[in-house]
Write a protein that binds this ligand. Structure first.
Ligand SMILES: Cc1cc2nc3c(=O)[nH]c(=O)nc-3n(C[C@H](O)[C@H](O)[C@H](O)COP(=O)(O)O)c2cc1C
Length: 142
């Protein structure tokens, strides 16, 4: 997971378009995850084959439409949790509906620290992943 700041003006439709493009690309590489956007900040969760993720992250880091503030690797979140979500854009309303807005804010706060303490950031990230996974299983989010 990483936090980045947009360097160009992204409107809701631009983020949706970006997620659509990313989903197409990710499907090919067997990558899944989700994307959130708030106040010009992206939070993206990616999972898949390690080397695929590393090369994807290279491309994403090189993308000058944003710059990455910090990254956290969830090495021990083994396996894929979001199979079928090639890149799901979770908009603010959805996050609010499933009461994950505060968790997203918590993640953003942690990842914005000058020196990210991975162990502090891991807690809200794990919480978000586990909650979304459960909501999906119970078909409360598709
Ligand atoms: C916030 C953000 C998230 C992105 N997520 C993905 C992604 O999940 N998969 C992907 O293929 N490209 C993603 N991209 C696009 C890549 O950064 C890059 O533009 C694209 O892969 C084309 O790279 P290339 O021009 O080197 O081929 C993302 C871009 C941004 C700004």
């Amino acid at each position: 997971m990483y936090l980045s700041r947009a360097t160009v003006d992204f409107q809701e439709k631009d983020v949706m378009e970006l997620a659509r493009y990313a989903a197409q690309e990710n499907e090919v590489g067997g990558v899944s995850g989700y994307l959130c956007f708030k106040n010009g900040l992206f939070v993206q969760y990616l999972e898949g084959n390690k080397s695929t993720i590393l090369s994807l992250l290279h491309r994403i880091r090189d993308d000058d439409r944003h710059h990455i503030i910090s990254e956290v690797t969830l090495g021990d979140l083994s396996g894929r949790h979001f199979m079928g979500w090639d890149m799901r854009y979770l908009d603010r309303k959805e996050l609010k509906d499933v009461r994950l807005e505060n968790v997203l804010d918590w993640i953003i706060d942690e990842l914005q620290q000058e020196r990210v303490q991975e162990r502090n950031a891991l807690e809200p990230i794990r919480q978000m992943v586990a909650t979304i996974e459960k909501l999906r299983k119970n078909q409360l989010i598709a």
